[in-house]
Design a protein around this ligand. Sequence first.
Ligand code: GLV
Ligand code: MN
Ligand code: MN
Length: 427
Amino acid sequence: MDRTDERDEAARVDAAGEPLRIDAARLLDRLDALAQIGAIEGTEGCARLALTDEDRAGRELVVAWMRDLALEVTIDVIGNVVAVLPGSDPSAAPVMTGSHIDTVRTGGRYDGNLGVLAGIEVLETVRSSGTVPRRPLGVAFFTNEEGARFPPDMLGSLVYAGGMPVEVALDIVGIDGARVGDELDRIGFRGPAPCPGLVPHAFVELHIEQGPVLEHEGLDIGVVTGVQGISWTELTIVGQSNHAGTTPMALRHDAGYVAARIATFVRELALELGHPQVGTVGSIDLHPDLVNVVAARATMTVDLRNTDEAVLADAEARLAAFVTDLADAEGVSVTSRSLARFEPVEFDPGIVDLLEELVVDDGRPHRRMPSGAGHDAQMLARVCPSGMLFVPSRDGVSHNPAEHTDPEHLAAGADLLLRAMLRLADA
Ligand code: GLV
Ligand code: MN
Ligand code: MN
């Protein structure tokens, strides 16, 4: 056995010589406590839109847990929080994990939260075992991963990885007219640490699948190979409001009609392009929004995703052409604003192989799979070798308070995260 093997071996056992394991009950307790903040009554889910009072309360709880463990906690200029457990080599870059604790307005309790709290659990397990890996271990929660309040999604990790200047990010205005920088100040989370942030040695994120594949195939773990490309567009259609009873159909400039036709086109486009193309119109806002008035204005969003950049670009072009023709025919104007555009990301083959090896060693039925959802790891992949593990989502439901993952799978995922981080920390 050479020195690295010995160190690896030491890092993987507790004082009794047993492999290190996370404390599943403690992880579940923390998930439950965090889910009480912004809890949606009568459900298991929560609503903590980014940089709201609920997000602030969630952040304060998680930071308190990090400080209780005496981790070195830093908050950066965009409100990302990173907590580090020192390693034996002070000059070594950390192995990092993390995710997000903001949610959509109708969120579940696991999306993002699992990755952050499993990361804290890993650091606590390592600390209490007395093991000191060579590299520091870090856990982060990144600001506004959901993008549901402030576009784009993965904003904090994008800025962390140098993909957007911080001044641009601070100036983003959300769906309620609030500005990112003002809201960060208001909740007390605009910190002093610079962005781009410290480049990790590697980044591994644990997340729920948020889709049906693992459950359907009876598998415990997904080893994520990459994340599909994401295109978010906001369309504002301006027509003319008029009397619903007196205006002949041929004389209308109906923004509501145009929005509805675009929504059905998005559906047909995704079906025509076929799997894995998906298309969603998640928001339509009509004005004046009254039963007997032809709508003068519609503001709507289109979310298009595909693992293939060329097909995604084709979908965008076809949508734009359809919108132009329809606007001409109805006599309305349409303005288009890009809210998010990220190309597909492939995770590091070495990290993917390592994660798969650990899953196989653990005897877990698994598969390799792409991610349909966006994740902070796709931003970290810009600066360091990155990868992800998925655990199953019941009925494939997510972005819904009914989101659920079995405790056994939560623990299995966190244990694999522990092993992955220790392996990378001693490499
Ligand atoms: C973010 O979670 C997204 O995939 O929309
Ligand atoms: Mn998420
Ligand atoms: Mn989400």
